[in-house]
Design a protein around this ligand. Structure first.
Ligand code: 13P
Length: 341
């Protein structure tokens, strides 16, 4: 099928110097995060946080779209006005994470798959009518002894492709996210192998589901040494290996690849993205779709206090600007100003 709305949106999401803010942490996980900061979590704090993020002045200079939860797309701000239209007025495209949490994949040894396919066709039509322009669906693949299994990779690829096809049917641009997780003591070579296999199976499934690649984006993890690996690959090696695996397995018809940060430091998430864009000629746009690498610092200064909102928004805008420059290959250490973690 050909869906020009999805094609148009996919291109807008990776406009030069722009990326995506992933704000789709569900409220229970958000409350856990607040509790870790010693702040009680309730629906008001979730609203205050979402409102602070979405209304950051000038965020649309470097953020093209925001991934939201079902709760957030229906949310009103503190003054009672719906937030979603305000995101659009501010020049950003609202996106939805329609999944209902990770569940254990039956028959696997504890591997996971996203849930929430029931009724998804109707929900996507409703989201599209609300003004949502894109969707995101994640697979989480943990490298370990015997994992990710062939079965888990195939099952996740199939589900992601179903969601992508349903999204395009609703005129929504899908983002498929086969995440190879950072955690573990594996080498960068093992990460490369797993990423290559997961991408190849994902694109096979997209083909079977007749997904129009021109109207879809990939949300990818970088090829990295495991977090506990004794030998950590340097920035240039990460950039080289990540570009290499994408060239092998991601067709040029895809308008863009947007990265998750996956637990990388703010500095590394920006430096890696910049190194790829600065040093390689690429057939697709490479940009960001970060949650933690944009929101870590804002979360540290916010504290659910109205007087901290400007500082939290300034911290968010700074990271968004740095990553916008990295999407152009124009970021340098010196532009950071103060030290970045
Ligand atoms: P991180 O950048 O924190 O990995 O989150 C990305 C993501 O997938 C959330 O939608």
């Amino acid at each position: 099928m050909s869906d020009h709305n999805a094609v148009d949106i996919a291109h807008k999401l990776v406009a030069p110097g722009k990326g995506i803010m992933a704000a789709d942490r569900p409220s229970p996980a958000f409350y856990d995060l607040l509790a870790a900061e010693g702040i009680p979590g309730d629906s008001d704090s979730y609203r205050n946080w979402s409102e602070m993020l979405f209304k950051t002045p000038n965020l649309n200079d470097c953020v093209s779209g925001i991934i939201m939860t079902d709760e957030q797309v229906r949310m009103a701000d503190g003054g009672g006005d719906a937030l979603l239209p305000q995101v659009i007025e501010r020049g950003m495209i609202p996106g939805i994470s329609p999944f209902k949490g990770m569940v254990t994949l039956a028959g696997s040894d504890g591997e996971t798959v996203g849930s929430g396919l029931d009724g998804l066709r109707q929900r996507l039509a409703e989201y599209a009518a609300m003004g949502v322009g894109f969707s995101k669906w994640r697979a989480a693949m943990q490298i370990g002894p015997g994992t990710p299994s062939y079965y888990a990779i195939e099952a996740n690829a199939f589900v992601m492709a179903q969601v992508a096809a349903l999204s395009q049917e609703a005129g929504i641009a899908p983002i498929v996210e086969p995440e190879v997780m950072l955690w573990g003591d594996h080498s960068i070579e093992r990460c490369f192998e797993v990423t290559e296999f997961a991408l190849s199976r994902t694109f096979e499934a997209l083909y079977l589901h007749r997904v129009e690649l021109e109207g879809a984006l990939v949300k990818a993890s970088m090829v990295l040494s495991g977090s506990d690996c004794a030998e950590q690959a340097d920035i240039d090696t990460v950039a080289e290996q990540t570009v290499k695996v994408f060239r092998r397995r991601i067709p040029a018809a895809i308008p863009g690849i947007v990265f998750l940060s996956g637990g990388q430091s703010d500095y590394h998430a920006t430096a890696h993205l910049n190194a790829m864009n600065a040093n390689y000629e690429l057939p697709w746009k490479l940009s960001f779709s970060y949650a933690r690498a944009l929101q870590r610092k804002p979360m540290a200064v916010w504290g659910n206090r109205a007087e901290n909102v400007p500082a939290a928004q300034a911290a968010l805008l700074h990271r968004a600007k740095m990553n916008g420059l990295a999407a152009l290959g124009l970021w340098t250490d010196e532009l950071e100003g103060e030290a970045v973690a």
